[in-house]
Ligand binder design. Structure first.
Ligand code: DC
Length: 226
């Protein structure tokens, strides 16, 4: 079987990874794999169950009760939690913060690793997350570390929430972003760090189109055939 071409995009919450990866995947004819959604699906399970997310043993023991699967409908990733399509239920701040908390546990990460690697083996993928270039796909053909300042990320999130009609405070959002960064970057297992061979891309003053073009150019530079 022909080896697949894999692009890994890692970076902190709100850097624009999913918007950019989705767009680039469409333009390149790749499959977009959002690994954060997998952690979010697991988090939803524990929130529904009323688990104490600080109890690593209880969370770890319950991982065997959970099956997360990915399916594509009209090119869009759908996440299945024990067979239920939960794609529309996992985008809240509550679920995001819970995902950040449980993703620090080895048992949770182990439960998702094989699924992520299998997807990359079977198709050309753009996969985004926190540890894709470092641990999940260390041999990815092209790696990008996508970031932006905390203020820019907070403003983007603020606008998104405002459009949905949610009242919120910019300061509070920025505080939450800093907290989440700290948790994701300082955990013992699979912390968010830039892979040695990843290209550092700060999107603070770039448009979505500019970032997508840069990523495509990098992929062609790194051997992707047109
Ligand atoms: O990218 P996101 O906001 O959907 O991710 C939610 C949380 O899941 C994030 O704060 C940390 C965790 N995560 C992870 O640990 N590793 C990944 N590859 C993707 C997400």
């Amino acid at each position: 079987m022909k080896k697949t071409y894999n692009i890994a995009i890692d970076g902190p919450a709100g850097a624009g990874k999913s918007t950019i990866a989705r767009r680039a995947a469409k333009e390149l004819g790749f499959v977009y794999v959002d690994t954060g959604a997998m952690y979010r699906a697991m988090a939803l399970y524990f929130l529904r169950k009323g688990s104490d997310l600080k109890d690593e043993k209880a969370v770890g023991d319950a991982c065997g009760e959970i099956s997360v699967d990915i399916r594509y409908e009209n090119g869009e990733q759908q996440v299945l939690l024990n067979g239920e399509n939960v794609t529309g239920l996992i985008r809240t701040e509550e679920v995001g913060n819970a995902a950040s908390a449980i993703s620090a546990y080895p048992a949770v990460r182990a439960a998702l690793l094989e699924l992520q690697r299998t997807l990359a083996k079977n198709s050309n993928v753009i996969m985004d997350g926190r540890d894709i270039g470092t641990l999940v796909l260390p041999d990815a053909d092209c790696k990008i570390y996508l970031t932006a300042s905390t203020r820019v990320r907070a403003v983007r999130r603020y606008k998104e929430l405002e459009e949905k009609g949610t009242v919120c405070s910019l300061e509070e959002i920025e505080r939450e972003i800093i907290e989440r960064d700290n948790r994701d970057m300082n955990r013992k297992i699979a912390p968010l760090v830039q892979a040695k061979d990843a290209y550092y891309l700060d999107s603070s003053s770039l448009t979505i189109d500019q970032v997508v073009e840069k990523i495509k150019a990098l992929a062609f530079e790194k051997g992707l055939e047109e």
